[in-house]
Design a protein around this ligand. Sequence first.
Ligand code: COA
Length: 263
Amino acid sequence: MAVDVLRHQHVATVTLDAADGPNVLTRDQLGLLLDAVRGLRADPSVRCLILTGAGTKAFAAGADIREMVDLSEADGLAYARLGHAAADALEGFPQPTIAAVNGYALGGGSELALACDIRLASDAAQIAQPEVMLGIPPGWGGTQRLTRLVGPGLAAELIFTGRRVKSDEGLRLGIFNAVYPADLLLAEAMELAEQIAANSPRAVAAAKRAISLAFAGRPGAGLATEAALFAAQFGTAEQREGMTAFLEKRKPVFADADPEANR
Ligand code: COA
């Protein structure tokens, strides 16, 4: 069992690798994921994070049913909180996150993918919240994040049935941003990440924070923060470089973000 981190310039690829089987998320595996994401968060040169699963079978087949079968209510709460911590770490990662869903993303696997900003899928991907088939509701954020992504009607259907959504349907429903042949998925994810990483890291992080408020609280409550984040970018080196480069008809060159900014 491992969580591998590979750096390529400003992009970090985090790979869930349970070594055998369909990439089950044990407590230990979630702990490793949390450590990896927290470690990358402290590195200001990371401008985009890709999360994927090893091999071609599964992104992650969900929480470990063997670990859950005998849990008490108190243990179940702790288990939910551990899943929430991992998903929150991805959602709260200051720079963009891309889930490269390379196979099954079921239960907790789907919930980790839903906590990422963008989801790319291989043509073999299948995503589902099958918890009700196991006698539990989704517990690692699926009820909230799937609902925000596809709306309450569709989320209700998918969660109440637990049915698997294949890549083409996932694309149509807006769960996946794009679908690629399995052997091209990681290269496409890297290309997208590099495109993001070429932009102003402060501006991208500010946009991510503002987007995260779009569905928080009263509709429109994020507008004041959006305006403040927009305004705060003016006068920074990145704003001057980005706009000056445009006016001078050249590519902008952005330095790494100040670690204290947008974190
Ligand atoms: N927790 C614990 N064990 C799991 C698991 C999980 N979430 N998912 C798969 N496994 C185990 C299987 O029990 C099996 O164990 P075994 O080799 O000891 O028999 C092994 O992984 C391989 O799974 P198997 O079902 O034989 O492979 P498959 O290719 O036919 O199907 C899946 C793969 C992922 C579609 C299927 O295993 C599945 O539906 N898993 C459950 C997914 C789920 O409900 N996740 C939500 C949990 S909240």
